[in-house]
Design a protein around this ligand. Sequence first.
Ligand code: ADP
Length: 586
Amino acid sequence: MKKKTSLIAEQMSGQRKQLVMLTILSLLLGIAIVSQAGLLAEAVQRVFVEKASLSSVALLLALLLSVMAIRTLLSYGNGRVGLLMAASAKANMRSAVLQKLTRASMPSTLQGQTGGKVSVALDAVDEADSYFSHYMPRMVEAAIIPVLILIVTFILHANTGFILLFTAPFIPLFMILVGLQTKNKSEEKYAQLAEFSATFLDSLQGLVTLKIFGQARRQQQRIERSSLGYRDATMDILKVAFTNTFMLESIVMLSIGIVALELAIQLLVFKSMPFHTAFLVLLLVPEFFNLLKNTGTAFHSGRTSMGAVRKVEHMLAETNDSSGTQPAEVQKSVAKLLPAPPSMELNDIHFHYAPGSFELKAGTISIKPGENVAIVGKSGSGKTTLLHLFAGLLKPVSGTVRVNGSPLGQLDENAWFEQVSYITQHPYIFAGTLADNITIGAGRNITRDEIWQAAEDAGLAPLVAQLEQGLDTFVGEGGRGLSGGEKQRLALARAFLKRPALILFDEPTVGLDLQTEQILQSSITVLANNATMITVAHRLYTIRQADHILFMDHGKLAASGVHDELLECIPQYAEMVDIQRKGGSA
Ligand code: ADP
């Protein structure tokens, strides 16, 4: 609740000038409304009651017309200020969301569905628009103009003033009741929309896989269900909104009716009131209720926006936890710790993705600077999880990961990842040129020669030489147009530019062609000369080459040592190696 007001309040405090502008415009608008009614009543009094000629009221009518024009201009001005406020608030919120997403710590970046995040960044921020463009201007108007009209009415005819005073509170009261209901519904709507977007984007990204497995139809049904859920949530809100409008109209009609009746009795029965005053009051009363009614509608859209703002806040709060708030001395120490190949140590590590699911207990592991370590084990034994713990991509539930003796959790994330290269089995290739993709993450200005050298070192040169546009060849999103082996080599070229102190390598499980394997092997060896290297190893060659093997079994570190040792002492290890040999992956 406290948080909710904070984002809006933050946006509002940046918009004080506009708020003052709104207040001034609303005050002028109030004066224009009262003057318009006054002038109209005067003209009608003169023409119809005093039977004055039309020409004698020409000046009055001209004045009336200009007041009407001014009123229109002021309304327009109010709307414009609202739009400006909305535009700047949206820009601020969107940049806050993007900043959080880009600066979020690695573990939180990996959480959640991309579609859901996109939906917050685009749709939820858009929906926040009406809070500033509609709700705020109406609220400022509602705080000023009805009060002004009420004062004028009291001065003209106190009885009517009392009727207004007694009936008016029904409107906000009713709005609050309905608003509370829509608020929950609109939050629900956002949950539905986020789910819909997430399902939709996931399905689009995995369309080929879905088709191959004949699941496209089922996914279509899932999307349909998700979209129907969103529709229902929207319809629920509309239902409340329409009922709200109906009830508001009824209250307003009834109140104006009571005022009209009272005025008629005063005017005709008691003859205690001049026509001019009665007419003026009758003109002002609908204006009064109209304003309150508009506030009702604005209140409703304001509530809907609140749901959206809440969603944005939620996301900002979620990713807030560890976005670069370490003290400066700790940040600096990363530079001191690295880039020389670091030692790494895991102490009493315990990790699980969710309580009750897969558990990893690695105990204590020490890796010396420059060592070449292989993590081996059956599929699902926790090799990748362990690698991610070393990388700091996952945070242990208990225990510490240390780099050169310092806890990894205390290092600045950006500085840490500047020293680490993680070569996954499926490196992500962005839509852009080969050169762009190689230079990504180098963290400094790169010359063309350096890119060439990196491509050469990674065994990409023959491929680049074949391409008409060489390094400037455009590759599609996700590396469309590149083979698996080529993507791996591109990832290696990135690592060559970076010259990392720590290399994490998830070795390809399945068949790259022999030549690619040899290129990868020799490139990795060169890279590893100046780095500590931890590999999730599948090939016997890699395992044999390792200085130190970590053998994982059902989430536990079952043994560690060199190949021959393990082969002799650990039967499960020997069995696994045997299977691997037979599988022909060595
Ligand atoms: P390996 O690399 O040895 O094949 P992993 O470390 O990838 O094994 O996985 C170990 C276990 O953790 C598996 O049971 C897997 O299902 C589970 N797991 C992996 N990633 C996640 C995740 N992001 N969320 C939940 N469970 C996961």
